[in-house]
Design a protein. Structure first.
Length: 356
C-alpha cells in the first residue's frame, strides 16, 4: 500500500529523499502549486518522479458533499480511504473590502475548522458527533489534506492568511501526536506557511494532555470548551468532566505557555435556561481571575431531536455585558453557517441518514 505524502514534515522526507533541496521543491509542488501527481513536478528528475509516484499518494480523500451557507461559509464532507467521513468548514470571517479608489483594501478573511478524529470519545451531551461514538483517529496527513483540498477548491494562494481551528469532529488532544505533526506541516514556510500563532487547538479540557501540549511548546493558541462553571452541570454536559474537573483544567491552563499577544480562549456554548444566567457569569469571572483570557459566547445551535434550546439574544447580551463590566474580554460568536447546520457532526449525520 502506498504511503500518504502529506503525513510527512520536510525533515521526515529528507530521510527518503536526497539531496535536501529536492524536498523543498517537492513541498512547494504539494502545497503551493497543489499538484495531484508526482509526474507533474517538472523540476524533479523523471526517475525520481516515478519512484515517488510508486511509493506515495498525494490525495487520499474525496469531497462527497459541499454546502454553501448564505454567509459564504462552506461546509465540506470528505470521504476517507476506508469509506468513513469527516467534515471541515471554511468560515468566511470578513468580506473582501475595497478602498475608495477601487483598489483592494483586504481580501476575504477565512478560518478553517478541521476535524481530528472520525467520531469522538468525549461524549458531550449537546454534540451530534458524540452520538455516533468514536471510530478512529485521523492521520496527520488526513488532517493536513482537509486544508489542502479546501485551499484547492477555493483557489486560495499558499501565502494567504488563513486561520486554522482544530474544532471540527473529534477531540484533538486525544490524537496529540498526529495533531502536533499536522501543526508542524502547516507552518512550514515552503508549504502553506500558516504560522502556529494562527492555529488554535480547541479542547474539551483533557488537563494531562494540555500539559503535554505545553511541553511541546509549538507556539499555538489554546481554546478550552468550558461551557459550564460548576462541576455538576459540566459533568452533565460533558461527562469527561468526571475525569478532568474544572479545577484541573484551570491549573493546566495557568501553566500553559501563552503567546504574549494572545489570550487563552474560553468557549462557552450558551444554552437557554441551562447556563445563560448572571449567576453563571459571576462564577465565570471568578474562575478566570489571573488568566489572560477571552470568552467566546456561542449560541447553542439546535439540531433535530436536541434536548437544548437556543438562548434569547437579550440574555446573551446581558451575560456579555456582565463580563465586559468586570474587565473580561468577551465576544459573541455569530453562528456562522447557521443555515447549513454549523455544529460539528451535523453534515455527516445528514449524509449517513440519507444513505440509510
Ligand atoms: S463537542 Fe467536540 S469534544 Fe465534545 S463530543 Fe463533540 S466533537 Fe467530541
Amino acid at each position: 500500500m502506498k504511503k500518504h505524502i502529506l503525513n510527512y514534515t520536510k525533515k521526515d522526507l529528507e530521510e527518503f529523499i536526497q539531496p535536501k533541496f529536492r524536498v523543498k521543491q517537492i513541498f512547494s509542488w504539494l502545497y503551493q502549486k497543489k499538484v495531484k501527481s508526482f509526474l507533474d513536478m517538472q523540476n524533479i528528475p523523471k526517475d525520481m518522479r516515478q519512484k515517488l509516484e510508486d511509493k506515495f499518494d498525494i490525495r487520499t480523500m474525496q469531497i462527497v458533499s459541499k454546502q454553501v451557507s448564505r454567509d459564504g461559509s462552506i461546509k465540506y464532507l470528505f470521504k476517507l480511504h476506508d469509506g468513513h467521513t469527516v467534515e471541515a468548514v471554511l468560515l468566511k470571517m470578513k468580506d473582501k473590502e475595497y478602498n475608495e479608489d477601487g483598489s483592494i483594501k483586504h481580501l476575504e478573511k477565512y478560518t478553517v475548522c478541521v476535524s481530528s478524529q472520525v467520531g469522538c470519545k468525549v461524549g458531550c451531551a449537546f454534540c451530534l458527533t458524540a452520538k455516533g461514538g468514536f471510530i478512529r483517529d485521523l492521520s496527520a496527513g488526513e488532517i493536513v489534506e482537509q486544508i489542502v483540498q479546501i485551499y484547492d477548491n477555493n483557489n486560495l494562494e499558499a501565502n494567504r492568511r488563513v486561520n486554522i481551528v482544530y474544532m471540527g469532529m473529534g477531540e484533538p488532544l486525544d490524537n496529540l501526536e498526529n495533531l502536533a505533526q499536522a501543526i508542524k506541516i502547516f507552518s512550514d514556510i515552503d508549504g502553506l506557511a500558516i504560522s502556529p500563532h494562527r492555529q488554535t487547538v480547541s479542547t474539551s479540557g483533557l488537563s494531562s494532555k494540555i500539559e503535554k501540549l505545553a511541553k511541546l511548546d509549538l507556539g499555538i493558541n489554546l481554546a478550552i470548551s468550558l461551557h459550564a462553571v460548576d462541576d455538576e452541570l459540566r459533568q452533565k454536559l460533558m461527562p469527561i468532566n468526571k475525569a478532568y474537573n474544572i479545577a484541573s483544567i484551570m491549573e493546566a491552563v495557568r501553566n500553559f505557555p501563552v503567546n504574549l499577544r494572545k489570550k487563552v480562549m474560553f468557549e462557552y456554548l450558551i444554552i437557554k435556561d441551562v447556563n445563560d444566567d448572571l449567576e453563571s457569569a459571576k462564577k465565570l469571572v471568578k474562575l478566570l481571575n489571573g488568566i489572560p483570557s477571552k470568552v467566546n459566547l456561542i449560541y447553542f445551535n439546535p439540531y433535530e431531536g436536541s434536548e437544548f434550546q437556543r438562548p434569547s439574544e437579550a440574555d446573551v447580551k446581558k451575560f456579555q455585558k456582565y463580563l465586559l463590566d468586570k474587565g473580561v474580554l468577551c465576544t459573541i460568536r455569530e453562528s456562522k453557517g447557521l443555515d447549513i447546520s454549523a455544529a460539528c457532526g451535523q453534515l455527516r449525520e445528514q449524509n449517513l441518514g440519507e444513505k440509510q
